[in-house]
Ligand binder design. Structure first.
Ligand SMILES: Nc1nc2c(ncn2[C@@H]2O[C@H](COP(=O)(O)OP(=O)(O)OP(=O)(O)O)[C@@H](O)[C@H]2O)c(=O)[nH]1
Length: 370
């Protein structure tokens, strides 16, 4: 889940980057326009603040196009929004400004949520809206018309509605993004990671492993004679069997490890902080567990025509740095070892090409159907 959340944050960043860039351009243009308007009304302090905000926005826009800022987009958004909203507060408090300037407050929740996300966006919105409220009441405390119940109710309700809509929009957008991300990264039948997710996690783990000089290995596992399950009992039972295998694989691993379904009846384990020999032991422990656990359906062993269905698996292990560094090389080596396991009687896992590296085969376990 944490992985998906991190990826979702990465996914949100280009979107926030585009919104922030558009905002900066609008601020530069409108800042210059209001500088001229305020100079015309001889409101020099506000004109100066508007001009400063315009120049500041130009500087941020320039920095954004020259640095790799997308990683810190929320910080950049704060660097822009805090002075922008502060100038807005200054404009609201300015004695020369009319009450119509307060309509800018409606922008606060929209801009905050779009560029900062649901939590930080809400916090910043509430702070500045509260500040605008205090300024409004202080400035117009003697103005009975503006502080009458109707204008106050109009202003407050509209602000709350915009705040609620912006917040709801951002929450829904983030949830939808997370759902799409999960769908794009997981296998719909078993819920395991798919090949694309394995690749992205491997890239990250490979860098970490090289930095920390820690071992990393993969195990490629393929169900034995799975075609017979489908041919004998049909695809529906085959699907149940695949879901059961996914459960056994997940249960046999640490939380930090990853199990992916590469397609059909082929799975890949990504084992962190694990050397080849340890990886072989982990994969073999899972092989034995699968062999001993009948295919489960809704909490009970699946029995068809009086037969308890049990599956076996063959596999090959490859170690990062020993058998290659790229995932495709590790998969190729593990695949060769997997097929040696298949050719040597199935239901076994190999780390090297020689037969001695295969952990004990128990091909004739009683009661096993496949
Ligand atoms: N039910 C089901 N079957 C699948 C799925 N994906 C692949 N298969 C089946 O898995 C079987 C794989 O067959 P083979 O490649 O011959 O492998 P095998 O029968 O396991 O034989 P060995 O690997 O040599 O032990 C085929 O019958 C595919 O139809 C799936 O999502 N659901």
């Amino acid at each position: 889940m944490q992985n998906y959340l991190n990826s979702q944050q990465l996914l949100s960043r280009p979107y926030r980057q585009a919104v922030l860039k558009a905002l900066l351009i609008i601020t530069i243009i409108s800042g210059l326009l209001f500088t001229v308007l305020n100079l015309g009304r001889q409101n020099y302090s506000l004109a100066f603040a508007e001009l400063l905000m315009s120049i500041y926005s130009m500087a941020i826009l320039w920095l954004l196009s020259t640095t790799d800022f997308v990683k810190h987009i929320e910080i950049w958004a704060l660097v822009y929004l805090v002075p922008f909203f502060s100038v807005m507060m200054l404009a609201l408090a300015s004695p020369g400004a009319t009450a119509s300037v307060f309509v800018w407050v409606f922008l606060i929740p929209i801009l905050s949520h779009f560029t900062l996300g649901k939590r930080l966006g809400l916090m910043i919105s509430v702070c500045y809206i509260a500040m605008a409220g205090v300024i409004f009441f202080n400035k117009y405390q003697a103005d009975l018309e503006l502080l009458g119940p109707v204008p106050v109710a109009n202003f407050s309700i509209l602000t709350l509605v915009i705040l609620a809509f912006s917040s709801a929009y951002e929450i829904t957008r983030e949830q939808t993004e997370l759902r799409l991300l999960k769908m794009a990264h997981s296998d719909p039948l078993t819920g395991l990671a798919n090949r694309a997710h394995l690749h992205s996690v491997f890239e990250h783990e490979q860098r970490r492993s090289e930095r920390a000089q820690s071992p990393l290995c993969i195990a490629l596992l393929d169900l034995d004679h799975f075609k017979r399950v489908n041919d004998t009992y049909g695809h529906e039972v085959g699907d149940m069997a695949l879901v059961h295998v996914a459960e056994v694989l997940k249960a046999g691993l640490r939380k930090s490890d990853l199990v992916a379904r590469l397609g059909g009846e082929e799975f890949c384990l990504l084992l962190m902080e694990t050397q080849g020999q340890q990886g072989l032991a982990v994969a073999d422990k899972i092989r034995r567990r699968l062999e001993q656990t009948p295919v489960m359906f809704e909490g009970a062993p699946l029995v068809i025509d009086g037969t308890v269905i049990t599956l076996t698996i063959s596999g090959g292990v490859a170690e990062h740095g020993v058998d290659g560094t790229a995932l495709k090389d590790l998969i190729r080596v593990a695949d060769q070892r997997l097929y040696e396991s298949k050719n040597n009687g199935r239901n076994q896992i190999r780390l090297h090409s020689d037969a001695a590296s295969a952990l004990e085969v128990d091909d004739k376990s009683p009661g096993l159907l496949f």
